[in-house]
Design a protein around this ligand. Structure first.
Ligand code: ZN
Length: 259
């Protein structure tokens, strides 16, 4: 089984004690590529460094909405400069993690929107796909994507929206990132939606260290859990795990332009 973890944070200190062993384990399990997400200015260097030093790791750079208070206007300028410096770099694969979070009410929505739109413009200018964080903000996100129509499109990470919202994203050419959330039996509506998604719209992810799947409750989530997540979601959809692995890996390769 060959898998791509399209979204994780194994640059976080949670993995400092065992990162090399974990990467070795992932290679043995067939998790052949992993995308590490930049979330604020200070972690871009680390994400890039890890991607450059490990064959399986790739980097995305962005300013995450939940760190709104930490971002400064010059960080958007820095993002442009970094991407300019990295044009053609084989390990830079997207702009992310960017998006809209209406779940945390203290996050100013107008400021989030402005930050998000500028990063969408940057992704369009550098011809990169976008990796999106969307919580309770699908209507605003879909409306924004319809205005910008980013040509390289991207992934709605940890998708937990409705069937109608899924349809809108798919119509815009976006893939839906699925991980631990739909493995939980109580996630009824999401499980129904996931069961009906077209196979060519699905990519897999862990969001490690967050979003532990039902099979590993309360633990640090890990990219080494991706095969078990693939198996659980394949069962939910009534296909073999090989079929889901193959389709999701093909979809991920298409998003990132990996040939
Ligand atoms: Zn994330």
């Amino acid at each position: 089984m060959r898998l791509v973890d399209t979204h994780n944070h194994i640059d976080f200190p949670d993995f400092d004690a065992d990162r090399p062993a974990l990467l070795q384990r992932c290679a043995e399990l067939g998790v052949e590529r992993q995308v590490l997400l930049g979330v604020f200015r200070e972690n871009w260097e680390r994400v890039l460094q890890l991607a450059e030093r490990n064959d399986a790791l790739y980097a995305a750079l962005g300013l995450h909405p939940i760190y709104l208070a930490q971002h400064r206007p010059e960080h958007l300028r820095d993002l442009r400069e970094q991407l300019q410096r990295l044009v053609g770099h084989p390990k830079l694969c997207a702009v992310g993690e960017i998006g809209l979070d209406y779940y945390i009410e203290e996050l100013d929505r107008e400021a989030q929107q402005a930050l998000f739109e500028e990063q969408l413009r940057i992704a369009i200018d550098f011809e990169l796909p976008v990796l999106l964080h969307v919580r309770r903000a699908h209507a605003a996100m879909i409306a924004t994507l319809k205005r910008f129509r980013p040509p390289r499109r991207g992934i709605v990470h940890a998708f937990a929206g409705s069937r109608e919202e899924a349809r809108e994203y798919i119509r815009l050419g976006f893939r839906l990132g699925l991980g631990g959330a739909p493995t939980w039996p109580q996630a009824n509506r999401l499980r129904k939606t996931v069961a009906e998604l077209p196979l060519d719209s699905i990519v897999l992810e862990t969001d490690a260290p967050d979003m532990a799947p039902a099979m590993f409750p309360g633990q640090r989530n890990s990219p080494a859990h991706l095969p078990a997540i693939c198996e659980a979601l394949a069962e939910l959809r009534g296909v073999s795990s090989e079929e889901l692995a193959e389709a999701s890996t093909r979809n991920a390769r298409e998003v990132f332009g990996w040939t």
